[in-house]
Design a binder for this molecule. Sequence first.
Ligand code: FAD
Ligand code: NAD
Length: 465
Amino acid sequence: MAELNCKLLVIGAGPGGYVCAIRASQLGVDTIIVEKDKPGGTCLNVGCIPSKAIIHAGDEYHKMAHATEGSAIGITAAAPAIDFAQTLTWKDGIVGRLNGGVAGLLKKAKVRQVAGTARFHDAKKVIVDGPEGETIIKAENVVIATGSTSVELPFLPFDGTFVQSSTDVLADPVLPKKLAVVGGGYIGLELGTALAKLGVQVTVVEAAERILPQYDPELTKPVADRLGTLGVTVMTKTFAQGVGDDGKSLLVKDADDTETIIACDKVLVTVGRRPVTKELDLDRLAADMDGAFIKIDETCATSMRGLYAIGDVTGEPMLAHRAMSQGEMVAEIVAGEKRVWDKYCIPAVCFTDPEILTVGLSPTEAKDAAHDIKTGKFPFMANGRAMTTEREDGFIRVVARADNHQILGIQAVGEGISEMAAGFALAIEMGARLEDVAGTIHAHPTKGEALQEAALMGLGHALHI
Ligand code: FAD
Ligand code: NAD
């Protein structure tokens, strides 16, 4: 049995793990990373990247299909056709390029890469079951970055063909005619919208009283409106019960116990994600847990010395950029730097149509944190650039402290709004005040001007509304 030693062992080469390993190696820490699958994790292989590729394909197809009816701009197009198998080949090409990119970055950083599934012998010793047998790795520090996987409903188990997870849908070359989506959260709505734009008849079944219940209703209303325009049926306060007796439908029940049968060719179940820990043999350790997730402190340390956990395996928010940032911090700690989680905000984007972007505190969260606040909200309806791109739905909202005008949060909903995430987050991390944003010249005509106007509105003197 091969035996390796290192200062840092990272388990899992998703966004959290590979960033951690690269940063540690940059700082001279002797690092090994173990991955049982392809580098890049959920995000790169079956998550962020492939879903955004399919969303893009949906947008392109829908634009052309829409133009068959003529348009206010004067463009008419012939009916488009799609070879969805080719779309998936194109998507796989992007994933493949990025897989190679991550492996190359790890190699360049001189991180030793071991293929196989890791399990703990004890907190300093891990056994990897790989293609060439077992390898024992002894490490001074171990980072668990094993991510998450789809939650399976016991009464609606995944079979890969009729009842599918997001991973199944992203690899299935046959577009269904009718799709039932269970769960109107991030994944259900991102993929549901993309497939609706590709001509699939989509019904979303959501247990809560509205879609995307984690966002405030003001932000989700434009998304709900657009789903209506796209012909997506949304059933809220409705619970999936199981596959219908005919095997070609989904049985659901609403809050009044009324049952409905939704005829469909496929069911996509997107009701959350659970941590991947089973193969790790965590019961050989004494690490404290937070439910099914691994409990961490503000340095991502677990309750055991030298054992860290980062990313989805530590719970919400399950976002790639959070995992990466945690990974970078832990690498620096292992290298001897004094670091602690000191971020004011983790931006969140839901890539629906329109997109939702939140950074920092919402008005309710700010009030709950005992802040007196001022808010400013500027609608894209009053923004020239939005008019010229035919998408006037949505707005940007700024939340600031009433006393010193420090910006606590920025929320927005609008087409293409995700690209503003960096600017919004920078404003908050830099401790910007309303006056700073209002006094910054924003290029015209851009949708970003709505941020400046929202700040001006917070100060009581918006110019363009
Ligand atoms: P993962 O990316 O899950 O990586 C964990 C890695 O560990 C995997 O490669 C796995 O094979 C490996 N592993 C697990 N167990 C072992 C073991 N015992 N031994 C060796 N290796 C092991 N987030 C965003 O920020 N933006 C988005 O747009 C976005 N879109 C998404 C779309 C979908 C459809 C899904 C499913 C998720 C999306 N996410 C998005 C969430 C994002 O993918 C995760 O937050 C992110 O991948 C978490 O990174 P991680 O490093 O914690 O774990
Ligand atoms: P989610 O938590 O976003 O949504 C799940 C939804 O399913 C909820 O609205 C919930 O009320 C509903 N639900 C639960 N049980 C149900 C039932 N029996 N019947 C009907 N509805 C039910 O979870 P997700 O969409 O699976 O995504 C998981 C995580 O992945 C997200 O929390 C997010 O952190 C991450 N993600 C992020 C992005 C992004 O950043 N753009 C994209 C995709 C996923």
